[in-house]
Design a protein around this ligand. Structure first.
Ligand code: HEM
Length: 123
């Protein structure tokens, strides 16, 4: 995390992410799956992202990959949802992370994670 600038940077990424989730028409259906008041969700996302960025390779976060997948198992996530989620995240990273190499690396790792959460082949 020191690589991207600490807890404040993570907070800004999550704020920018949800700003876009509220605004982008193609993210509407994904936004509607979230509760209306995002305060709690933002808090959990900020904590998750800090842990995820900080963890040494091979050490999982409190909400590990399996936990993350089971948390998302009740929502239909197809290619559209994955891509809409990623677009909000990609734009948030572009707004906050200035180092292009680090930003592209984060985008790639998050895409892998989002694709792993896909559970609806039909969509
Ligand atoms: C890299 C990909 C993703 C990560 C790291 C991620 C992370 C998280 C985290 C940490 C939470 C909070 C869990 C909790 O409250 O215990 C969450 C909740 C949630 N995620 Fe994701 N997520 C990802 C992709 C997606 C995608 C593609 C969708 C599309 C449908 C999605 C929809 C949701 C919803 C609806 C919630 C519940 C939030 C609420 O109750 O307000 N997530 N996600």
């Amino acid at each position: 995390m020191t690589k991207i600038g600490g807890a404040q940077t993570v907070d800004r990424i999550i704020e920018e992410f949800f700003k876009r989730m509220d605004a982008l028409p193609q993210a509407r259906s994904v936004r509607d799956l979230h509760r209306e008041d995002l305060a709690q969700t933002k808090g959990v996302m900020k904590r998750y992202f800090s842990e995820w960025l900080n963890r040494p390779a091979g050490i999982s976060t409190a909400l590990g990959q399996a936990g993350l997948a089971s948390r998302h198992a009740t929502m239909p996530i197809g290619a559209h949802e994955r891509d809409a989620w990623m677009q909000c995240m990609r734009e948030a990273l572009q707004a906050v992370v200035t180092d292009e190499k680090i930003r592209l690396e984060l985008e790639e790792r998050l895409y892998q994670l989002a694709d792993h959460l896909r559970n609806d082949e039909e969509k």
